[in-house]
Design a protein. Structure first.
Length: 212
């Protein structure tokens, strides 16, 4: 039986990782609006050109354009047995727009995690400048501090992981995205899952919450 899912959670909660694992287990595609937009820009499509112009002007892609992209994607054959939305909706307006477009959602997975844990996760992350391998100063440290185990490249903190940036992203999440929890809870489709220390443990908890 197919299932149409939304992944919710703060930035750094592990939504993308869990969406990819659920996609593999359930045999349904993950739909990341960010990835779709980046590909559209790269391909130079009409939508891509619109988005590129907006980004260059310092604006976000409007909700109607995002929903149009999602609607086109979920209408493709590989979504017949379900799909996972990752990074959409981000706001109540987008959730209402999904409803208006007739995109039905069965369950919403909300990964519950404290701001303090998010700060520890993201500010401790380091990325190799050469090969892109990811480390963490506590959870996954390199053998030699500051040096990639694989290629010997320098490990750096991404701008997105700087403490002041993480705080700002969390503030935006709490103001704009967190209200979606009540929105979907009122519909009886919200599955809140407490964050687990390990990826496999987290996946098992999500599958149990979904009764899958």
């Amino acid at each position: 039986m197919g299932v149409r899912l939304i992944m919710l959670g703060a930035p750094g909660a592990g939504k993308g990782t869990q969406a990819a694992l659920l996609s593999e287990r359930l045999g349904i595609p993950t739909i990341s609006t960010g990835s779709i937009l980046r590909q559209a820009i790269k391909d130079g499509t009409d939508v891509g050109l619109q988005v590129k112009a907006l980004i260059e002007a310092g604006h976000f892609a409007p909700d109607d354009l995002i929903v149009e992209i999602v609607n086109q994607r979920v209408s493709q054959p590989d979504c017949e047995n379900g799909f996972i939305l990752d990074g959409m909706p981000r706001t109540l307006a987008q959730a209402h727009a999904l409803d208006k477009a007739g995109i039905i959602i069965d369950r919403v997975v909300d990964i519950e995690i404290s701001d303090e844990e998010i700060m520890d996760r993201m500010t401790g992350r380091r990325v190799c400048q050469q090969c892109g391998e990811t480390y963490h100063i506590q959870a996954k440290p390199p053998i030699k501090p500051g040096i990639c185990d694989g290629c010997g490249g320098e490990l750096v903190m991404r701008r997105d992981d700087a403490p002041e940036t993480v705080k700002e992203r969390l503030a935006v999440y709490h103001a704009q995205t967190e209200p979606l929890k009540d929105f979907y809870a009122q519909r009886g489709i919200l599955c809140a899952v407490a964050s687990r220390p390990g990826i496999a443990e987290m996946t098992a908890a999500v599958m149990e919450a979904l009764n899958l």
